[in-house]
Ligand binder design. Sequence first.
Ligand code: ADP
Ligand code: ADP
Length: 230
Amino acid sequence: KTIIEFKNIVKTYGKGEAKTYALNGVNLSIKQGEFVAIMGASGSGKSTSMNMIGCLDSPTSGEYLFNDIHVENLNRNQMALIRRNYIGFVFQSFNLLGRTSALENVELPLVYRKIPAKQRRVLAYEALKKVGLESVVNNAPSQLSGGQQQRVAIARAIVTNPLILLADEPTGNLDSIKSVEIMNLLKKLNEESGITIIMVTHEEEMASYASRTIYFRDGHIDDSLKKGYK
Ligand code: ADP
Ligand code: ADP
């Protein structure tokens, strides 16, 4: 089943002389359960695409179907509902609350959803177990390593059981050993739970954990940047 489909997506910023085509006619299709890496030079349109996929931004023209819903016709509140119900976000900087425990950090999205405290605890603990952190659930992020902090952020992103996980340079702040650990974790989550993962990375080594890589150049998808392309 196709979960994400871009049909001739154009996104411009500014007007007149200053008008920039961040995305210039992008067609893209991602199936449920895929693990996709997005690569491309700085300014090629990766972040704009991620913001669009994550329903944080609307296209200037074209169609975006998320799980058969026409996102380009939705208003801001409807887009926020899609984010809340179906999409998890992970960032380069882990964006955790430093002084509260890992468990409380992971509970936060459930607090917003008004899930009762007891159930929150159970779900957050389960999510932390999935990322291998059951022994440090009461530690504050400041007492955890960078790799562990990113695991907490991943647990927070999946605790609501989203359809897709968007990871924007998830290993950008980690050394190569911790990066590989995080990639193995993402791969395991993708294989075991079937969650669709879309990840931006600058490193071919990290992209190699995905089942497919999409290369951007100047607001286009450019297959000629693929390794071994003829
Ligand atoms: P990448 O993530 O690959 O570095 P972006 O999607 O951030 O690329 O940017 C694509 C193009 O759109 C760049 O030329 C960038 O300068 C421009 N752009 C992105 N966001 C904005 C914005 N908010 N205002 C103006 N131009 C923008
Ligand atoms: P809330 O549930 O607090 O009202 P939103 O509806 O704005 O939050 O956002 C829903 C999801 O989108 C959250 O999981 C949040 O992490 C993510 N999100 C919100 N704003 C941004 C942003 N500027 N960049 C990346 N992700 C965001």
